[in-house]
Design a protein around this ligand. Structure first.
Ligand code: SIN
Length: 334
């Protein structure tokens, strides 16, 4: 058997982002996301060939600010097809960092697999001084190629860290250490391709999840409304008028909001719109019935999920139930 037969076969799905970005100005600040193809990115890191045999596919070529349900469906479909192939050991997805946590959590809920699935991006474009993409890509391939990565749900690799997609959040606009997992911490560390896992994820995911990748019909509209001092009810009413089936409140503190907004949410819940209270703080969890009477109002608390992840779970959850108690149970399980 020659060496290439010993390497795991991985599928690399590319969607664009800064990892594939090219600078457009001499000062190094301006750049276009997704300018390089996945073949260019892999060619820039020849050391990857020692880790795995890659087959690559360009699914999209966008900045992740333009990530949407259509691309999610396409990506989930291509990832699932690769994962169902007995010859493929795992999947790596290149993705912009801006919405990586949402795509990662979506895939964590819908892919049916125990094989490793790893999202990777970069904060500096491929042409920048000290670009972080090449090492991030190398590490992501090492994580996806490692048998000990199996069964951990979807992972995010950046800056020598391994995060669970459920836990990770982008916390800084430009720095390479932007990803943090504020509540439960890291899945592990990776240094030049050597992995160190700290523990398993505790919430249900992938093969054990009840959500299907390509459920019939589109996902329902769910809007996020950001709370602030002096907030009125107008944006909540506007979301309902625009057809939202669910509203996630990025609440102040423990998922709170001013009285006018609370009245609008209560009216929305009575009208059959799912209302989920999350927090704009970036850490901690929103519990039920602390300052807000969730039982009386028919609200759901997001527990540990930040607003953008609560939106993902609510969109999927509304495909199964519209009942507040059953939705709350989903937030306990996932
Ligand atoms: C994006 O999310 O596509 C742009 C930012 C990045 O990838 O870091």
């Amino acid at each position: 058997m020659n060496n290439s037969n010993l390497r795991p076969r991985l599928r690399l799905l590319a969607t664009g982002g800064t990892i594939a970005g090219a600078q457009t100005s001499g000062d190094g600040r301006g750049y276009t996301a997704g300018a390089f193809s996945i073949a260019d990115l892999v060619a820039a890191v020849p050391q990857i060939a020692a880790l795995a045999e890659l087959t690559v596919e360009q699914v999209a070529r966008i900045g992740s600010q333009d990530m949407n349900e259509g691309v999610w469906r396409q990506l989930a479909g291509r990832a699932q097809a690769a994962l169902d192939d007995p010859g493929i050991a795992g999947v790596v997805i290149t993705h912009g960092t801006d919405t990586m946590e949402e795509t990662g959590y979506f895939l964590n809920l819908v892919l049916k697999t125990a094989k490793p699935v790893v999202l990777v991006g970069a904060m500096r474009p491929a042409t920048a001084i000290s670009a972080d993409g090449p090492m991030n890509l190398y590490n992501a391939v090492a994580v996806a190629a490692a048998p000990e990565s199996a069964g951990r749900g979807v992972l995010v690799v950046a800056n020598d860290e391994i995060h669970f997609a459920r836990e990770v959040a982008k916390t800084n606009t430009t720095q390479v250490g932007t990803f943090k997992s504020p509540n439960r911490g890291l899945a592990g560390l990776i240094h030049s391709g050597r992995l160190h896992y700290f523990g398993p994820t505790v919430r249900r995911h992938t093969a054990a999840s009840e959500f299907a990748p390509l459920a019939a019909g589109g996902l329902p509209r769910v809007d996020i409304v950001y709370a602030h001092a002096g907030m009125g009810r107008e944006l909540i009413d506007a979301a309902v008028s625009a057809g939202a089936r669910g509203v996630v409140i990025a609440g102040v503190g423990d998922g709170n909001m001013p009285a006018a907004a609370l009245a609008a949410c209560t009216a929305a819940a009575r009208a059959g719109v799912a209302v989920v209270r999350s927090s704009r703080t970036g850490g901690g969890l929103v519990e039920r019935n602390i300052e807000v009477d969730d039982d009386a109002a028919g609200f759901v608390s997001a527990e540990e999920l930040n607003p953008q992840k609560a939106r993902v779970l609510l969109m999927l959850g509304l495909g199964r139930t519209r009942e507040a108690g059953a939705l709350q149970e989903l937030f306990r399980v996932y």
